[in-house]
Design a protein around this ligand. Structure first.
Ligand code: SF4
Length: 373
């Protein structure tokens, strides 16, 4: 069934054209700017590209993790989980979500690997323990290092989701008792896309996988292997508390007047000024303010290799720059590939487009309801 396109699959599942267009509009709203197919000015073309793509087979391995990245995927509501999993990708192996267990689960992994050899996308969640030959993690009698090397060998693309899979994360914090490392320390013969975050934003994963499905390419990466479309600038640049930072209005303690008024959290240890992540423009689970700074907690730099779980949470960091961004680059690169400076003013631009997209999506929803009634 993996030869059918997403469009064919949608028709087979009885998904209406209107619902699919609504889905594309919603996806355009949440998708990062700069991805080739996510040209928000050409919704129909975007829908055509997605519909014509083959559903990529995805194998998802769990290593030393808390399943938080899977959990945030489960909390995704636009597109909701059913659409995400059942329509866009073929999630052929995921220990937490699959129905089978034990030998059945291992048979599913074997089948997915053999039927899609060289074509499946491998997503890894969690760090890999190397100490004592990797004995601290075993799945079906195989240690994590061997399992990862075996599955990665025939993968078309390898994606590390979350800070643990990207470079060790919490399990690698001092004194790293299991010698936990990220995927790229084990898989050395192919490019690994790192999507750090604790948890990672699921839309970055979805956008990366869809770019692979529609264009056969992976996004441009920064020097830490992160997609530039999402990690090209510090979240401080678009933080809703930024005006207070510029004005010198800071919370001095949790619960003080400045904290209650929503002032800048820099003196409480906020790592936003050095943390490259889209959190301030793309919140989690489609809930406004559903991110640390939105609820009054300082950013702890979970997407930065040398900060998260390395620098104490309430220690301050030196900002990369005290000045607001002086200029913004075009949102779309001429070649329609990922622009390394694309997402900057995208917050404002996407905001407008998002409003239009959501309004259109909602009006389609309303029409659907009217037609059904
Ligand atoms: Fe926002 Fe933190 Fe920057 Fe303050 S220091 S503006 S809270 S990102």
């Amino acid at each position: 069934m993996h030869n059918e396109t997403i469009g064919e699959h949608l028709v087979r599942c009885g998904v209406s054209r209107r619902r699919f267009l609504r889905f594309c509009l919603e996806l355009a709203v949440v998708a990062p700017a700069g991805v080739a197919w996510a040209d928000k000015t050409r919704g129909a073309e975007m829908a055509r590209q997605i519909a014509g793509a083959r559903r990529p087979s995805v194998i998802w391995l769990h290593m030393q993790d808390c399943t938080g990245c899977s959990e945030t995927l489960l909390r995704t509501s636009a597109p909701d989980l059913a659409e995400l999993i059942l329509h866009l990708i073929s999630l052929d192996y995921h220990e937490t979500l699959m129905v089978g267990s034990g030998h059945q689960a291992e048979a599913s992994l074997h089948q997915a690997m053999s039927e899609n050899a060289g074509e499946y996308v491998l997503v890894v969640e969690g760090s890999i323990p190397r100490k004592d030959g990797g004995v601290y993690l075993k799945i079906a009698g195989e240690n994590g290092i061997d399992l990862l090397e075996r599955v990665a060998a025939n993968a078309a693309a390898v994606i590390s989701i979350g800070s643990c899979a990207s470079w060790g994360g919490i399990p690698s914090a001092a004194h790293n008792p299991t010698d936990a490392v990220g995927v790229s320390s084990v898989v050395r013969d192919k490019a690994v896309v790192n999507i750090p975050g604790c948890p990672a934003n699921p839309y970055i994963l979805l956008a990366t996988v869809l770019q692979y499905a529609t264009a056969g390419t992976l996004p441009l990466l920064d020097d830490l292997g992160r997609p530039l479309f999402a990690y090209d600038r510090v979240l401080h640049d678009h933080c809703p508390r930024r005006a207070h930072f510029d004005k010198g209005e800071f919370a001095g303690a949790f619960g003080d007047e400045g904290h209650r008024k929503g002032w800048c959290l820099y003196h409480l240890g906020c790592k936003g000024p050095v943390t490259h992540a889209p959190c301030s423009t793309r919140h989690f689970n489609e809930v406004v303010d559903c991110w640390p700074i939105g609820i009054g907690a300082p950013c702890y730099g979970c997407t930065e290799k040398e900060i998260a779980f390395r620098v104490p949470m309430f220690d301050t960091v030196k900002p990369e720059s005290f000045a607001p961004a002086a200029s913004f680059a075009p949102i779309y690169h001429e070649t329609k590939t990922v622009s390394p400076v694309a997402a900057g003013v995208a917050g404002a631009v996407i905001g407008g487009l998002a409003g239009a997209g959501l309004a259109t999506a909602r009006s389609l929803d309303k029409k659907d309801e009217e037609e059904e009634s």
